[in-house]
Design a protein around this ligand. Structure first.
Ligand SMILES: C[S@@+](CC[C@H](N)C(=O)[O-])C[C@H]1O[C@@H](n2cnc3c(N)ncnc32)[C@H](O)[C@@H]1O
Length: 218
């Protein structure tokens, strides 16, 4: 019996060879870039996990030419897309894709520590909570003091959904996989951050009831 492919995205993506196009990345990449360049380090090494198609990596690395951007994804099809986007973009500061699964024990062990930034866009709600735990554990070890972790996606706040559409989205995620779901910033994520020497710096409201959330390494 063959195992069905693991679901990694909720949308229909167009493809051109290995290169995939995400409609949601096309919609939100400019807004994410604008907040990212205002809040995140402008130079040094940044690690992206759950890179997906690779579109955010290309967009953000192009906007931050002094940054060395490393990206990865555990999914082979995603890595092939990332590789195709990287090849076409011809940016000197964009590297990868690496096979990074933040639920693997010590996933960060082979990476040199002292990153200025770690970023994960639209990942922790479309993965079991162990992925959020692994992301924060690794980020706590990889980031230099003062370095930042950037998350983007929907969050509830103090146990309350910020919009009826996020409540519906949460239910639909859980119906696909009971381990998925919109995470609560104050109740689920801030305690994880604290455990890993990270402090909540900013939660920036984004279009369509999403947030960019930035943590600082103590
Ligand atoms: C919804 S997609 C988002 C992709 C991209 N960041 C974007 O916003 O377009 C979620 C991505 O997270 C990746 N992912 C899922 N579990 C992961 C894990 N344990 N470690 C790292 N990445 C993971 C998936 O393979 C997928 O590419």
């Amino acid at each position: 019996m063959t195992t069905p492919p693991k679901e990694t995205a909720l949308e229909q993506r167009a493809a051109e060879g290995a290169k995939m196009y995400s409609p949601s990345a096309a919609r939100n990449r400019d807004n994410i870039r604008d907040v990212f360049v205002q809040t995140m380090p402008q130079e040094g090494e940044i690690l992206e996990v759950g890179g997906g198609t690779g579109e955010h990596a290309v967009h953000l690395a192009a906007a931050l030419p002094q940054v060395r951007w490393f990206t990865g994804d555990p999914d082979e099809t995603a890595r092939a897309s990332i590789a195709a986007w990287i090849a076409d973009a011809k940016l000197g500061n964009l590297h990868g894709p690496h096979a990074i699964d933040v639920t693997a024990e010590n996933w960060d062990a082979s990476l040199a520590a002292a990153y200025e930034g770690v970023v994960s866009i639209n990942m922790i709600h479309i993965a079991p909570f162990t992925a959020a735990e692994g992301l924060f554990t690794g980020a706590g070890r990889l980031l230099r003091p003062g370095g930042k972790l950037f998350l983007y996606g929907p969050f509830s706040r103090m146990g309350v959904h910020t919009a009826p559409s996020n409540d519906a989205f949460d239910r639909s995620l859980k119906s696909r996989n009971p381990d998925w779901g919109v995470r609560d910033l104050e109740n689920d994520i801030v305690p994880l951050a604290r455990k890993n020497f990270l402090t909540l710096d900013q939660a920036v409201e984004m279009p369509a009831n999403n947030f960019s959330v930035i943590f600082r390494k103590n």
